[in-house]
Design a binder for this molecule. Sequence first.
Ligand SMILES: NC(=O)c1ccc[n+]([C@@H]2O[C@H](COP(=O)([O-])OP(=O)(O)OC[C@H]3O[C@@H](n4cnc5c(N)ncnc54)[C@H](OP(=O)(O)O)[C@@H]3O)[C@@H](O)[C@H]2O)c1
Length: 319
Amino acid sequence: MNIHASVPVGVLGASGYVGQELLRLLAGHPGASIAFATSESGAGERCGSIELVRIEDAPLARAEIVLSALPHGVSARHVRQARGLGRRAVDLSADFRLSPDAVYGLTEVTRPHVAAADLVANPGCYPTAALLALLPLARAGLIDQAREVVIDAASGVTGAGRTLKRDLLFGEVAEDFRAYAAGNEHRHLPELKATLARESGFTGDLVFTPHLLPIKRGILETIHVPLTRDIDRGTAEGIYQTVYANEPCVAVLHGTLPSLKDVVYRNRVAIGVATVANVRLPRLTVIAAIDNLVKGAAGQAIQNMNVMLGLPETAGLAC
Ligand SMILES: NC(=O)c1ccc[n+]([C@@H]2O[C@H](COP(=O)([O-])OP(=O)(O)OC[C@H]3O[C@@H](n4cnc5c(N)ncnc54)[C@H](OP(=O)(O)O)[C@@H]3O)[C@@H](O)[C@H]2O)c1
C-alpha cells in the first residue's frame, strides 16, 4: 500500500481517554485521516478539525477501518454493525478478546494473524505488559508451573476511564497508593491465562493484583517468576534480547530496570530483569513498563491497524 494515500479511519468513543489518544496519534499519522469521531456527551463539539457526532449518526461506510474505544459491553454491537457494512475493525474494549470471532492483537506475538484479520481484539493494558514479559520465559520452558507467577501491577488513573467516579477524584487518589480488585478476580486474568496457554502452553497459576498510582498515565508491573532452573541476569536478558531483537516497540534493558519515564507517551514496552537472592528455589523478577494509553491501548491499536493495512508498522507512532 502507498503510504501517501490516506486511509479513512473512524473512531468510536473519541471523547474518552483512549479515544482522545487515538485522535492524537491519527492526527500525526502519515497514512491515515479521521473519517469521523463519536461522542454522546460531546456531539456537535469540535476536536481539532473534527466535529464529534453521536454514534447513531456515525457515517460508518465512510471509513475503511473502524477503531472502537467504547466501554466493554457497549462496543460489540457497534463493531458488528461496522463489520456488517464490510468495514475492518480494531476493538479496544474487552468484548472480543476471548472470542473466536476476532484475532487477538498482541502485535509482536500474533502479527501474521493480525495482517489477515478483519476484526482485531486489542489486548488489555495490564495483559500487554505481562504477556510480553512472560511469553519468552514460558516458551523457553523456564517457568515452573508447579508454583505461582505473581504479578503486582500499578496503573495511573487514566486506566479507569474518564467517567466520573468518586474514588478517583483528585482528593481521593493524590498522595495515596492502594491495591484494588485483590483476591485474583480481576477481569484481565482470564485474558492473561488464555493467551499464555494458547501462545506458550503455560497453564500454571497466576496471581494478579492491580494497584492505583496517583499519576495520570503509565503501568509498571513487578512479575515474580518461579524458574525451573537458576539463570543469571545476562542469560535472562539474552533471552529477551533474542526474542525481541527486531521489535521496534520492545526495549530490553541491560543491567538496569525500567521506570515509567522510559515509556510514557511512547508505543513501547520496556522490560528489565533482576535475579533473586536469599530464596530456596530459583526465581527471577521481571519488571515491565508501558503507557496504558499508548502500547496499552491506542498505540497498539494503531500498530495493529498499520499491520492490517500493510502500512509501515510504526507509522504515526513514537516507540
Ligand atoms: N483507559 C485505559 O487505560 C484503557 C486501556 C486499554 C483498554 N481500554 C478500553 O478502552 C475502552 C475505552 O476506555 P476509556 O478509558 O477511554 O473509557 P472512557 O474514558 O470512559 O471513554 C468511553 C467513551 O465511550 C463513549 N461511550 C460511553 N458509553 C457509550 C454508549 N452507551 N454509547 C456510545 N458511546 C458511549 C464515551 O462517550 P461520552 O462520554 O462522550 O458520552 C467515551 O467517548 C474501554 O473498553 C476500556 O476497557 C482502556
